[in-house]
Design a protein around this ligand. Structure first.
Ligand code: PFF
Length: 453
């Protein structure tokens, strides 16, 4: 690989643009919708600690590895794995890792878009005053009747998929980069305001205790797997999203500093979301284990009762939709880049193809909340199955293989050159994490789940 190599899709205009785009990919529904409800389902504090440990010991080193792989080859994840395996004189089957990532991206986006559709619908509901003075049971009723309607869910899912396709079709610089530039900072401000509201609910302490006081007796093997899977999901790791964004990264940017910033921001956003949501859950007498509807059944209570809540709610859900959009574009980008590079399509055609497939797949998730809610495989609805398969299995397996590849297959000279860390001690620390700690941790969690440990 030469130093002057560039991606045919273009390059980020600056380090800041990459930070925004990668943070945009990382910060999304995972932080604001998923983290609170899975923390709630898995007992709170102890789960949060395992998740934080996974971010530091597994997530950050793998994020650095994914970025360096992408930047070194400057192609889509499938071609990247092929080219780098060739460069290292390794088996060419490594490119199947790229394929698994592309498939995981399709599967995740198929349900991600449905939930982002919920958020879009809630912009509209807030706008039309549906939450005004509504109590907890009315808000719950509103949510239940909404997800019971396939037509409404299809409408909002379609709208969101269309938006994703339009942004991605416009390309790296004018589409993705422009979109995330103003979205991320605004979302952050909104969350801080919501935390301030949560402090006034009277159940603030209870919420904080739930989120941060560990009770390890509540931790099962499966919840450890969920916490680890979530570390991958929330940082967009294990499927090539960060790899493809790395392929648009200018040569002189420090990967390690940038990755720390992105992972740090992502974690702070998730914790802020938890700090905002749980006090409202307890203050309104609800269960933290309410599942995927949690934020849709709690936050509108706050918006319905606080002064200025109408405007505030509107802004919040708009931001949530944008946060989801800046993630969804990264879920589909690896497939789009592959179609452009390997199948001679232009970006527009590639977006139409991959967007349509995902859109169709999304129907499985939509129906799992209503007409097919009784249809279960391994005791899980289609949505639950897709979530488990991707976040708990495919992303950690993908991440494990990326760690093995960067740590054991690539030469030290190449990884060192790409990471270009100022201190050799820092490089050694990364090397230990990527060669031993991260793969061993993923492996042990899997052994634990299948009952060997
Ligand atoms: N990180 C995103 C979130 O937390 O919402 C979801 C995601 C995006 C997962 C991109 C995986 C991915 F490749």
């Amino acid at each position: 690989m030469t130093d002057t190599k560039k991606s045919i899709h273009g390059e980020w205009s600056s380090r800041f643009a990459f930070i925004l785009a990668a943070t945009g990919s990382a910060v999304g529904l995972g932080n604001i919708w998923k983290f609170p409800y899975i923390a709630g389902e898995n007992g709170g504090g102890a789960f949060v600690i395992v998740y934080l440990l996974c971010v530091v010991l597994i997530g950050i080193p793998i994020m650095m590895a994914e970025t360096l792989l992408g930047r070194r080859s400057r192609q889509n994840p499938i071609n990247t794995m092929k080219a780098l395996a060739e460069e290292a004189g390794a088996d060419k089957n490594w490119h199947y890792l790229g394929w698994m990532g592309v498939i995981a991206g399709f599967l995740i986006l198929s349900y991600y878009s449905v939930i982002a559709g919920w958020a879009s619908a809630y912009v509209f509901k807030d706008f039309t005053g549906s939450f005004f003075d509504a109590d907890a049971s009315e808000i719950k009723g509103l949510f239940d009747s909404f997800i019971a309607s396939p037509v409404q869910l299809i409408f909002w899912h379609s709208l969101f998929m269309l938006a994703t396709m339009v942004v991605v079709a416009r390309g790296v610089n004018s589409g993705i980069e422009k979109a995330v530039r103003f979205l991320m900072p605004s979302l952050f401000v909104m969350l801080v305001l919501l935390v301030a509201y949560a402090m006034t609910t009277g159940s603030y302490d209870e919420g904080i205790e739930f989120l941060f006081m560990p009770d390890f007796s509540k931790l099962t093997g499966d919840s450890v797997l969920t916490a680890m899977g979530h570390a991958f999901f929330t940082l967009s790791l294990g499927m090539g999203a960060i790899m493809i964004y790395g392929s648009y990264l200018p040569k002189d940017v420090s990967i390690s500093k940038t990755v720390f910033l992105i992972a740090g921001t992502d974690t702070v956003v998730a914790l802020l979301a938890g700090i905002a949501i749980f006090p409202i859950v307890f203050a309104s007498g609800q269960e933290p284990s309410a599942g995927p509807g949690l934020i849709f059944q709690t936050l509108p209570i706050a918006f319905g009762s606080m002064t200025g809540g109408w405007l505030f709610g509107l802004l919040f859900f708009v931001m949530l939709v944008f946060a989801a959009l800046s993630s969804s574009i990264s879920l589909i980008e690896p497939a789009v880049a592959w179609l452009v590079e390997n199948k001679d399509m232009n970006r527009k055609q590639a977006c139409i193809w991959s967007g349509s497939v995902t859109w169709l797949l999304g129907f499985g998730t939509i129906f799992s909340f209503n007409v097919w809610s009784e249809f279960k495989v391994f005791d899980r609805t289609i949505f639950q199955l897709l979530d488990y398969l991707t976040a708990n299995l495919m992303l950690p397996i993908g991440g494990f293989c990326i760690a093995v590849f960067a740590g054991w297959i690539m030469t030290q000279q190449h990884t060192e050159q790409e990471l270009n860390m100022p201190s050799p001690r820092n490089y050694q620390a990364w090397k230990i994490l990527i060669c031993y700690v991260a793969p061993a941790a993923v492996f042990l969690v899997f052994l634990n789940v299948i009952g060997v440990l």
